[in-house]
Design a protein around this ligand. Structure first.
Ligand SMILES: C[S@@+](CC[C@H](N)C(=O)[O-])C[C@H]1O[C@@H](n2cnc3c(N)ncnc32)[C@H](O)[C@@H]1O
Length: 247
């Protein structure tokens, strides 16, 4: 149900700035573009920008409803990006790609270290040797200061919603819960709860480098090339598929 609200909930996110950041990193390595997969692609906002920039883009998401919205978005400019349903913790591609992206802390939907390691291994298998994996996370500090106890009530796209966010510092789990109803039918309510595990950067580095087939290129503070740390709000990871990794 919140798929219908997603773009509204993300209205504060500057996807163009985000695209520009990715574009600087990617065009240094792949000046002529290439094949790219975005896992947890949501409603396809970034996929549209990447496709328009000439990437042969594929999108995967667990939610069919998010994919439907992504499909409408991409069809509206007559682009045939391949979108498919899949779970990042358990997927494989028939043909390898040059780049895999996982944006807007979607990697945090991996709720324990085993799920995270499985996702990294699947990404390594999907990449050709030398290919790049870029993902980002929010830090515990960000969740503590901005989402410790967050409440919002609003209406968008004919839907009334209440959103509550809570960060449990002890378990390091961020919960976002939504109660949604059609504005013209307030008696029928839907509830949806999202859990994300907020990892320490050290843990992410350790798991990434524990034989997943990926090597760490850099860890950067929000949209910069400065080193990221636990005081950052958002941290971007750039990893590379090891040249000699065999599966
Ligand atoms: C915060 S949204 C981010 C969407 C998009 N990356 C963006 O930047 O707007 C998280 C997305 O992850 C998807 N997701 C959650 N768990 C997933 C999983 N295990 N495999 C694939 N997609 C997943 C959700 O359906 C949702 O579309």
């Amino acid at each position: 149900m919140i798929a219908g609200l997603y773009d509204y909930l993300m209205r504060h996110v500057d996807y163009q700035r985000w695209f520009d950041y990715l574009d600087r990193i990617l065009s240094a390595r792949f000046p002529h573009g290439g094949r790219l997969l975005e896992i947890a692609c949501g409603t396809g906002i970034m996929l549209e920008k990447l496709s328009r920039a000439g990437w042969q883009a594929f999108g995967m998401d667990k939610s069919e409803r998010m994919l439907e919205i992504a499909r409408d978005r991409l069809e509206s400019f007559d682009h045939e990006a391949l979108l498919f349903a899949g779970d990042m913790r358990n997927f494989c591609l028939r043909e390898q790609v040059d780049v895999v992206l996982c944006l807007y802390d979607s990697i945090n939907y991996c709720l324990d270290e085993a799920e995270l390691a499985a996702t990294f291994r699947n990404v390594a298998a999907a990449l050709r040797p030398g290919g790049l994996f870029i993902f980002d996370v929010v830090t515990r500090r960000n969740c503590r200061y901005h989402f410790y106890e967050f409440y919002e009530r609003d209406t968008a796209n004919g839907l009334d919603y209440i959103r509550k966010a809570y960060f449990d510092y002890a378990t390091s789990v961020q919960t976002n819960s939504f109660i949604v109803c059609q504005s013209d039918n307030p008696d029928e309510r839907f509830e949806e709860e999202h859990h994300q595990k907020i990892y320490r950067l050290q843990t992410l580095k350790k798991i990434l480098q524990s034989g997943t087939g990926l090597g760490l290129v850099g860890v950067y503070d929000g949209f910069s090339r400065r080193p990221g740390n636990e005081r950052s709000n958002r941290v971007h990871f750039i990893a590379e598929k090891n040249e000699n990794h065999s599966l």
